[in-house]
Design a protein. Structure first.
Lengths: 383, 383, 383, 383
């Protein structure tokens, strides 16, 4: 009574913090709900500290541990390298893994600099010619409501898009006594709210519209410039990243846009909001109600026109059919499972999944234009 | 570098449909996010058809298959029996498993009749004396927002509760052409909307208030009395269960209540709504926005009083600390993971977890009073 | 350059409290925004206390004062009597005014007893034969969103109606120290929440469905049975009306319904909620967001189906064209202006406006059945 | 039994379109609900066309008609001139009226140019020394929810304000076939969305924060550059104003801000949204739900923290006590009534009401900086 199983896809993951936990869950879960051409196996977890990495592997369900990513990349039983380590490590690992013929999933932002991102995108292009796949982890594209939004735009239900209005609002550093963690230091994090959460809304805006930003006018601010050093006795250090970034932009398709990323919006815990207004209709979304999509159909009878709250839990909605009956909500980690599914399907089908490293580079170019514009008093900088 | 792992808890699951998939996910996931005293192992899945059961076991991650629940109950490597089969099978399996010293998790409703439920509750009491634990699967108690609601009631933040207003609204059989599935036949399903979803709101109302219903005035209706038989060529059969049940009730604590369960609320996919009004404040919840709890604090300065939308994703909120940062949503299946966690913690600690089989019996008694009242033109029937 | 004006319609109003202020505003305003066949004139206000009545007349804009309603009814310059005094005075005044050939607008509830209501309905029928018009003041029918709801039902957009779910929730007597005002005494107010606010949802449910209630199962409760007497030094009196009334019902068209009226829903200030579920769609409304109507169209493409939030401020929406551009909200008192408009239009056109006194009687009959059912433990009582 | 009435305040109004109707309602209504030191009288309406003006006067309730504003300003029985005519007429009328010792209420925007606005502000300053009062009609300051928002900011409940996020979204010219009305022609309207609705959010942002904008980076766009001429046979003309204006700004208090005004947001009928995030809390408002204010108190117990939906209908809320019981909504025109009340109270008390002409000038300066920045590719321009 043996049930035929798909061939194994050995996964090696670098890093095991917040993203590592989310990715591990995805690898454990994807094949349990979706029919996959390959069965992901949690083959090895890689972390520099052997004790911590072993504990993480045991907790998260990984079969073995490596303490050097080069050893991980070299293993024959690993076909896919999943990079969840900080941004300054992405380029080296990804380029080496691709060169070794491993498929690569790389967390966003693709890199801390445009130069690194460009090198990675070139490496991905070369690897694709040899059938090696790569993907950057803009996981919010896999929120069913946002995948549905893209579908509605593709169907022409919005007509020509006039406005994109995007904000990613959090509040975890409102308190001045919050310490100077690594995310508040430019040398490690690259930037602040801009690269961490601003990157998501830039990617989503380009994904949803199908257009690219051509340039921006930007402003950044650091409200609290000194914070206590972690585990120090009252000593303080300088915050070297932005607390918030605001920018206006224009899209290739003619739309204008506003963006805002902040960690100082008291009461907004994880509010990624995006609204599109077109000549025929509008869409609105908030990640704090991630199973809902608001849609206005401008062609409706005016008597009954209005924003519909679509509960994106129908079998026909993207990704949803694999889960529960209508009205049963999905959560944050489902986006990572969907990401794993799309990547494994791409590998199985021999096609390049999106978002590509080139998409990641494009986001990096936008962030770079934002920083340049902010540094020159908001004047327009082309992407 | 071996990491010490908790002892294994062998789980055997009967049934592998909708609930089986949810429970399997819970057993696979609980120990990955929560520190458990025992490590659940998906030891064996039981289903009457060997081929289907094997396929399900492979997909859901179970180590072996049984085709007879008695064989499952007899296995030494199984310490917990998880009953996900239809309601008419619950009593036999649960009573045998408890007698064999297996902990039991039984899906709701506990049974199709009061007599069966009573026998199960008595068996659970006897087993508890021997350290054998049991729990009925009212999983919505494990929605963090509802667990928080219970906490707020316990803290006295609502004062004396005056009103309970509960409805469970779905719409999956609005179309007359929807076939006569087993859930619409009394001999299999016991009842219709009443037992399937009405049971949830009865349990939640009693859980949240900490009180019990003393009696009800009820009305039921079957809107569409004939439906096409499944896989038949136009033949029709009679619907023998309620399409909707409405009832009013009184609680031991003095509150009055209204309940409604229906599968005919067009556009309401899975809207379990419950509102409590007390002398000091109010709470409101809707499962279609399950990460939110609305709370009105009647002691607030009137200038700023209003229902707060609490996003129940803070580390201090029940169950939430094990998952993601604030603002990252949980979904439907998390409730089953939390249920598994609470049961395993109860087993580990040697304490009886809630809701007990006695709680399940109490719900059954309420449903029985509802049917008796509806059969006598709505006259009051004590529970 | 004289601009031709419509003939004057002399109005005499009895009572000048809350309702008197709202009606005065309506009479002052109706002709300023709507084209009316007759120009309402605030001819005389009637109140027993000459000093208070004169002050009210000056403030509210009435041209003269009477202290005896019989004198008001006898005046030649008064063509319409507007009854805003307490319920126990309605029958005498209305019947006399109709007999005198005056059109009558009577505040709800039509009367405190079925017998009075019946006598009034008969008087209205007789008067109608002589071209004398009457209307009972169920002003919420004139909320544009609810008038639109009725239109959508009439258009068949909901199909067969299965469910009516209505609640009118307030919280102004939650505090035990709130005094024993006249509304809490049966001899004056007739009943408590039932007649005051329950009457509104009964009328609306019948108006929106176009059907009548055939019977009810009911429960009432008085949570706080003794309250301080107003202006007394600690003395208390007995509350002799219901604090809340809950009832289930059935409609002539086959729908089932639940109703709840309460003054103990902490945080709900004036939340009149009504939801209809039909075979093709659903509607939902809350008076606390009175410019919005939620509509679910079950015939929509499932990908984009969802409750639409219709902002009922379009020119095509009922009553709205006379006011402001789209998106500009209307408030509570607009319903009274619309009521005046409909009545004056009926008088001008020589047609009977709705809701008629017969409609008011029907509501009274339902309230009576509710009280009878509640007095007999919830057993079904036909209307 | 004569009731003492306050002395009469003769009002003369110039213009009688949309704003004229709203102001007329306010003058008719203010004294009916509020205790005023002076009784506004609708003395004379002024319009260039005698026939139209007479018809408007009859409909709106004005006692006489003038066809030349200079004659209006010269009348002894007029103590207050209310300017509701287009922006290019404001300066002449206001300056003459103030010189003649008449109090002036002037619709926004104060003028079409900074030069005119400055002259008006200077005239108002001079007049104030002689006890003559003036006010610019930023009526949204009189939405109770926004007046409450200002109160909460003044009480320090938000702490230091970090973010202002304001948008005014409409959709009335989305269709390309919408004609080239005067509002789309720069020579008449001054600007497009910027001056018409952008002015409101600039004023509100400064009012709510109590701070002023120091500079902006801006972008404007005209999506549809040619439109049919009204009443022409297919001829088209050029749109010479902005369809949308977006800008970023900084406040004197250190906050950063984003603003957006557009007439192309399909489905947003009159959505003026403003959100403030501070170090201690946040506020959010949407004019499409104008009776509600969302407030997040960052000092709340984290278990129950969340945005409260304050229904701004309590007696303690600004302006509300004069109207209806809690939970009864106010509408658009109430803001004009409140504006009239505040102005009459200022006149009666001998104090200068806000917003002053100087406030109107400050808004004009901001709009000017926006246009200058937009013309120079978004570079920062100081106000």
């Amino acid at each position: 009574m043996a049930v035929p199983q798909p061939p194994v896809l050995g996964v090696g993951m670098v890093g095991y913090a917040f993203m590592g936990a989310a990715h591990s869950h995805a690898w454990r879960t994807a094949g349990r709900f979706f029919d996959l051409p390959l069965a992901p196996e949690l083959t090895a977890l890689c972390g520099r500290d052997a004790v911590s990495a072993s504990a993480a592997a045991a907790r998260l369900g990984w079969g073995s541990v490596e303490t050097d990513w080069k050893a991980l990349v070299a293993r024959d039983d690993i076909a896919l390298v999943d990079i969840c380590s900080p941004g300054d490590t992405h380029a080296d690992i990804a380029i080496a893994a691709l060169a070794a013929g491993k498929h690569v999933l790389c967390e966003k932002p693709l890199a801390n600099t445009v130069a690194e991102a460009r090198a990675m995108a070139e490496a991905a292009d070369r690897a694709a010619e040899r059938g090696v796949r790569s993907m950057v982890g803009f996981s919010y594209r896999r929120v069913p409501a946002l995948a549905l939004a893209r579908r509605l735009v593709e169907q022409g239900r919005l007509g020509e898009i006039r406005h994109v209005r995007a904000a990613y609002l959090q509040d975890w550093i409102v308190a001045p006594e919050f310490p100077l963690v690594w995310r508040l230091r430019r040398e490690v994090a690259g930037s602040g709210a801009l690269g961490d959460i601003g990157a998501h809304i830039v990617d989503l805006a380009q994904y949803l519209t199908g257009d690219r930003l051509t340039g921006v006018c930007a402003m950044t601010e650091t409200f609290i410039r000194e914070r206590p050093l972690p585990d120090s006795d009252g000593a303080v250090g300088t915050v070297t990243v932005d607390d918030t970034a605001l920018f206006l932009g224009r899209f290739t398709g003619g739309a204008v846009a506003s963006f805002e990323a902040t960690r100082f919006a008291a009461g907004r815990k994880n509010s990624l909001r995006i609204e599109l207004n077109g000549s025929r209709g509008s869409l609105a979304f908030d990640l704090e109600a991630m199973n809902e999509l608001q849609f206005y159909d401008g062609t409706d009878d005016p008597d009954i026109a209005g924003f519909r709250r679509i509960l994106v839990t129908e079998p026909s909605h993207p990704y949803v059919g694999a889960w529960w009956p209508p009205g049963h909500l999905l959560g944050y980690e489902h986006t990572f499972t969907h990401q794993a599914v799309d990547l494994v399907n791409g590998i199985g089908a021999g096609t390049d999944p999106a978002p590509s490293f080139a998409d990641g580079l494009q986001v990096q170019l936008v962030l770079d234009a934002v920083e340049r514009s902010a540094a020159s008093d908001g004047a327009w900088h082309a992407v």
